[in-house]
Design a protein. Structure first.
Length: 142
C-alpha cells in the first residue's frame, strides 16, 4: 500500500465556530481537536495537517462537573528548588480565563512538531467577541 501525500496547496481549509457557554469543557476540546486534525475528512492522513481552523468563544463559561472548580489542579514549576506552584480550576479562570481550554485542546493533539503546528490553527476567546467574522465561520453544534 502506498503512502498518500496530499499537496498542502490543494487542501481547502474552512473556519468553524464553537460556542463553549454551558458546554462541557472536555466535549468542546474533543470536538475542536477532531476538526483541527481533519479526522472528519475523507482525505485524512495522520502525518499531515489536513484540518481546519477553529474559533472557540465563551471559553471562560465552559462547564465542569462535580467539584472540579475547587478540586481540579493545574501545576507549573519555575525550575528553581521549591518552585512548584498549584492552582485550582476556579483560581486559574480568574487569572487566565482561556488557559484551561487551551490546555485541554493542546493535550488532545499530537505531542510533537505536527501538534505544535495544529495548535496555531485554534483561536480561543474568553467572551463572545472575536475578530474573525470576515472568515465566515460555520457554527458547530455539540
Amino acid at each position: 500500500m502506498k503512502t498518500i501525500f496530499v499537496n498542502p496547496a490543494s487542501i481547502e481549509k474552512k473556519w468553524y465556530l464553537i460556542d463553549a457557554e454551558g458546554q462541557n469543557l472536555g466535549k468542546v476540546a474533543v470536538k475542536a481537536a477532531r476538526i483541527l486534525r481533519g479526522k472528519d475528512k475523507a482525505e485524512y492522513v495522520p502525518h499531515q495537517d489536513m484540518g481546519d481552523y477553529v474559533i472557540i468563544i465563551n471559553a471562560a463559561k465552559a462547564a465542569v462537573t462535580g467539584n472540579k472548580m475547587e478540586d481540579k489542579k493545574y501545576y507549573r514549576h519555575s525550575m528553581f528548588p521549591g518552585g512548584l506552584r498549584e492552582e485550582s480550576y476556579g483560581e486559574l479562570l480568574v487569572r487566565k480565563p482561556t488557559y484551561p481550554m487551551e490546555h485541554a485542546v493542546k493535550g488532545m493533539l499530537p505531542h510533537g512538531k505536527l501538534g505544535r503546528k495544529l495548535f496555531t490553527n485554534v483561536k480561543i476567546y474568553a467572551d463572545a467577541n472575536h475578530p474573525h467574522m470576515a472568515q465566515n465561520p460555520v457554527k458547530v453544534e455539540l
